[in-house]
Design a protein around this ligand. Sequence first.
Ligand code: CTP
Length: 402
Amino acid sequence: MTVASVFSGKNIVVGITGSIAAFKVAGWVSDLAKEESLVSVVMTESAKKFVTPLTFSALSGREVFSAMFDQTSGSSMAHIDLGREADLLVIAPATANTIAKLSAGLADDLLSTAVLAARCNVIIFPAMNSRMYAHPATQANILKLRNLGYMVVEPDCGTMACKEEGAGRLVEWDVAKEYLASALSIQDLKKERIVVTAGPTREAIDPARFLSNRSSGKMGFALARCARRRGAEVVLISGPSSIEPPLGVKVIKVDSAQEMCDATLEEAAHSSIVVKAAAVADYRPTTFSSQKVKKENIESNLTLAKNPDILYLLGQQKRAGQILVGFAAESQNLLAEGGKKLDKKNLDLIAVNDISSSQAGFEVDTNQVVLLDKKGHKKLPLTTKHHTADLILNKIIELREL
Ligand code: CTP
C-alpha cells in the first residue's frame, strides 16, 4: 500500500531549550520519527538539565547535537549544516531567554547559530511562566521575531508547573503538528475558499430513532485538513461524526440532509471549490413524531419522502470558475455509474468509491478511488484517506490550471 505523509523524508531540526516542558517534546520527536521524518535534535545546555540527550537520540534514532564545536560529530560545521539542510526548524519549548536571544540575532550556541543559518521556515513554540510570557520585554521580542518572518505560536492557558495560572503552557502536539504540516506543505490553495461536506446525515423518526448510513466522515475531514494545510480557507459542513475537526477550519455541524443542503448552498455561493464527500441520506421520514413511537406503530408510521439532491442543486447553481467535486459510492460498474453522476450533476470531477472493497469506502482509514473528469479517468492507489485527499486536491489544482 502506498503511504505518504507530508512529514516523511523531511529533515526537521527540533531545538529544545531549558523549560520543564522539554519532556513533552519527547512525544513530538517520537511521533515525527514514526512519520518517517529525519529528526535532528539540538539541545541547549539548560535543556539537558531537564531531559537527557539519550532520550532524544533513542526516540529519533539519530545523533543529538548540543556543543558548537563538537569533534565527535561528523561535521565540524554542524552549526551551519543543521540550519542549511533543514526543511523545517522547530524550537519547542522556547524559553524567554531563547526568544530574547533570537530576537536580537545572537548566535552564541549551536541552536541560535543554526537558526541564523536556516534557509527554511522556523516555528517557535514558547513555554514559560505566565508573567514571564506577559512581560512587555518578552512580548516585544515575540513581535520582533514575527516581523523577522518567524512563526511564533501562542502558548496554551492553564495551570503551569509553577502552580500559577495563565498563558505560557506549551501547546499540545496535535495542535503543534498542524503548524508543522502547514509549514511543510506547498501553499498551492492559498487563493481558494473550499467547502467540504462530510459524514452521514440523520433523518429523525422520533426523539429516539433516526435513519442514517455508515459514513464516518473520515474522507471529508481528511480533505478539509489537507486543504487547510495547503493554505485554503476551509469550511467543513459535517453531519454527526466522532472525529476531531481539523485546526483552523470553520466547522458547521448539521444533522439532517435539509440542514446540510441549506448550509452548503449558502457557503457555496461564495466559494471557489466545493467537494461533496458527505453520504447524504436519500430519504427522510415524512413526519417527525415528537413523542417516541411505540414499536407496534413504527411500520404504519414510517413513510418516506425524498431529500433534495444537494450536489445536483450545486451543479445547477455553479458559478463561473467554480470547481464542483462529487463522490460516488458504487458497488459495481464504477466508471459507467460515476460518469452518469458527473454529467447529471454538472460536476468537474467525481471520485468513485468501490464500497464492496473492505479497504475502501465506509469507516476504514484507507481508500481507493477512481477519479473521473470530462476528459478521462485515473485509478488512484490504495492508500490512506489523507493521501487520497492530497491526490484529489492535486487533481483539482490541475483542473484549475487548464
Ligand atoms: N448527494 C447529495 N445529495 C443527496 C445524495 C447524494 O449531495 N441527496 C451527493 C453525495 O454527497 C455524493 C454524490 O451526490 O457526492 C453521489 O452520492 P451517491 O450516494 O453515490 O449517489 P446518489 O446520487 O445518491 O445516487 P444512488 O444512491 O442512486 O447511486
